[in-house]
Design a protein around this ligand. Structure first.
Ligand code: COA
Length: 135
């Protein structure tokens, strides 16, 4: 990771925003990790970057892409890397790449998902709020 501040971060630079262990409680009835759990982690991962850019509250407005590339297994260490794709007047589109370190072989790092999500900076009334100026 580089030593840039959030304000200096530009499109193309990615940040580790979520790192979490896939637990038995995150499985579906057949014992596999539930896709909705992973989508939730990815939404959080993208929102962390969006909040930094907005310097305030954001709302998820659209998921443009969500690909499940490989299964996530119980015991995997899941890492989500967030990267700015586009910054508009009030909106921030974030790409999230998700990797799993496998419990069975910690040397194995698989990309398990990728997503592209747009967040909108919102005010106290949950209405769009212009983003602060970027350096
Ligand atoms: C987010 C929200 C306040 C935006 O309100 P809105 O009236 O659509 O606002 P606008 O039309 O002015 O759009 C605001 C920005 O969002 C962008 N936007 C709106 N809908 C979009 C979509 N489907 N995809 C991509 N961008 C979108 C606009 O392009 C605009 O970007 P810009 O300011 O950078 O040019 C409103 O849609 C909302 O409250 N949605 C629900 C959000 C929510 O509850 N999320 C959690 C779900 S549990």
């Amino acid at each position: 990771m580089n030593a840039h501040t959030t304000e200096e971060r530009n499109p193309g630079e990615r940040q580790l925003t979520v790192r979490v262990l896939a637990m038995p409680a995150d499985t579906n009835p057949t014992g596999d990790i539930f896709g909705g759990w992973l989508m939730s982690q990815v939404d959080i991962a993208g929102a962390i970057l969006a909040v930094q850019v907005a310097r305030g509250r954001v709302a998820t407005v659209a998921v443009h892409e969500f690909q499940f590339i490989k299964p996530v297994l119980v015991g995997d260490l899941v890492s989500c890397y967030s990267e700015l794709e586009h910054v508009g007047n009030t909106s921030i589109r974030v790409k999230v790449d998700v990797y799993a370190e496998r419990e069975i072989d910690p040397r194995t790092l698989d990309q398990v998902a990728r997503a592209s999500i747009t967040y909108v900076s919102v005010d106290e009334n949950a209405r769009p709020r212009p983003l602060p100026p970027r350096p």
